[in-house]
Design a binder for this molecule. Structure first.
Ligand code: PEP
Ligand code: MN
Length: 480
């Protein structure tokens, strides 16, 4: 009944709920029995009202009977890899679309997935070269469909019509019509099906021979050929080819899986809890619950209230998880979150993904790092260099400046060095497609060029040449 009441509440009413007012203290929360559905008792933000509860329940039932996308052993292995990055023995590269889309999936027939995958692999090769450490590769893929919004409603350009905001293809459609903007639970099913196809393609690309380092020259993206980054990548590729040829000539095995395969993981924001709950499974071998919707899922900056529903859901699953740390995150909330989400202080369980914006890293990172250090908490630090750097171009395009993205990463690395902690990863919105969504970079894309191939339905992504350039810069900065 409570859930029905909550569903009936309008989005704006619910967004306005003062979570602090419904104070549930951490000790009490920890003692309450967790179930995959216990989040339903907690105040929730950013989850839509579904007008048809019957239809929602039907989709939840179908998803609860669907096959898992990932297995517990893979999640545990990723957790170990992330723990390594926490200790400074590896580095995490996480990237992909702001939001995956049904339209791109239909239009590109997998090419966009393949190109973003290829780009992440290229970046990891570039970074491995400078860092001399393994790069843990995680896509924002196969489930990144639901978006938190700052405003529940959106006005038409002429201000006459007001409709619910677009919340990602898993929830509603981008067209500015009442029909498209009404949350439709069938979209969860479609997202799930697209995710199964996506992860299948990714697994094939990662292990099916496509990535063989012995033919590294073929791993390239056409449109970075002929650019400065493309040429630098070719140099790296030559060096790697020579090393492998040398290994072969002295009789070392060069057809091992290390050379022929990549470990690749998928991730998304744990936002739409009915979807996450329906895909949560009890694992008999570990006797723990796992979200089987992706290997790594994260808590968004808008849904990280310690007493809120999203934290409640995440505290009971065993996957490695991320917490977005924006400028408004307080010391107390950070401590409560880590206590709730990682009571055993397990390394690799928590990645703190800071996203404070260029020029502001030194205002926030030291207090985060000191808090964690004082309490002896195990975390892995990553930098989302995108979400603190969004701006509007003169023509009204939502964009980001490559210089700010680069600056935030640089400040992140330098500040961690000064503090004696390890900058363990980066988190990017990027695509292997040749889009024009972020300004700057070596090709000096200006504001006037944005209109050319602006394809994102949500936030602006780095294109392949910008992302590869950033990988070179990180590689140089981290080369010690
Ligand atoms: C995102 O990663 O797409 C996102 C919305 O980030 P944040 O929660 O940090 O704003
Ligand atoms: Mn985004």
């Amino acid at each position: 009944a409570r859930r029905d009441a909550q569903l009936r509440m309008s989005v704006s009413e619910r967004e306005g709920v003062s979570v602090a007012a419904q104070s549930v203290n951490v000790a009490a929360a920890r003692q309450r029995l967790w179930t995959p559905g216990s989040w339903r008792e907690m105040p929730i933000r950013q989850v839509p009202d579904y007008p048809d509860a019957q239809k929602l329940a039907d989709v939840e039932r179908r998803l609860a009977n669907a096959l898992p996308l990932v297995f517990s052993g893979e999640c545990d292995r990723l957790k170990e890899n992330i723990a390594r990055a926490g200790r400074g023995e590896a580095f995490v590269l996480q990237g992909g679309d702001c939001a995956e889309s049904f339209e791109e999936f239909d239009k590109y027939k997998g090419e966009n997935i393949k190109s973003t995958f290829t780009l992440l692999i290229q970046m990891s090769i570039v970074m491995m070269y400078g860092l001399h450490k393994p790069i843990v590769k995680i896509g924002r893929m196969a489930g990144q469909f639901a978006k938190p919004r700052s405003s529940p409603m959106e006005r038409s350009k002429n201000k006459e019509l007001e409709l619910p905001s677009y919340r990602g293809d898993m929830i509603n459609g981008p067209d500015f019509t009442l029909d498209a903007r009404t949350p439709n639970p069938e979209r969860m099913m479609e997202s799930f099906i697209q995710s199964t196809a996506t992860i299948n393609l990714l697994r094939t690309l990662a292990t099916g021979g496509y990535l063989d380092l012995r033919r590294i020259h073929d791993i390239n993206l056409e449109f970075v050929n002929g650019t400065k980054q493309g040429a630098r990548f070719a140099e790296f590729a030559n060096a790697i080819s020579n090393a492998i040829r040398f290994m072969h000539s002295v009789g070392l095995q060069t057809d091992s899986p290390m050379i022929r395969q990549a470990e690749f993981y998928v991730s998304h924001e744990a936002l739409l809890l009915p979807y996450e709950q329906a895909l949560t499974r009890f694992d008999e071998t570990t006797e723990k619950f796992y979200a089987t919707s992706g290997h790594f899922i994260w808590l968004g900056d808008r849904t990280r209230q310690p007493e809120g529903a999203h934290v409640e859901f995440l505290r009971g699953i065993a996957n490695p998880i991320g917490i977005k740390c924006g400028p408004t995150l307080s010391r107390d909330d950070l401590l409560e979150l880590i206590e709730l989400l990682n009571p055993t202080n397990e390394p690799g369980r928590i990645t703190l993904i800071t996203r404070v914006g260029a020029g502001k890293v030194r205002d926030h990172l030291p207090r985060f790092v000191n808090t964690v250090r004082e309490e002896g908490l195990n975390v892995t630090w990553s930098c989302d260099a995108m979400h603190g750097n969004t701006e509007n171009s003169p023509a009204g395009f939502k964009t980001r400046d490559f210089r700010n993205i680069y600056s935030e990463v640089k400040e992140f690395i330098e500040a961690h060095r000064e503090l004696g902690s390890y900058p363990g990863g980066i988190h990017l919105e990027m695509t292997g497609q040749n889009v024009t969504e972020c300004v700057g970079g070596m090709l000096e894309l200006g504001h006037e060029g944005l209109a050319e191939r602006y394809e994102t339905g949500c936030d602006p992504r780095l294109n392949a040449s910008q992302a590869l350039e950033l990988a070179f810069l990180v590689s140089e900065m981290m080369d010690t």
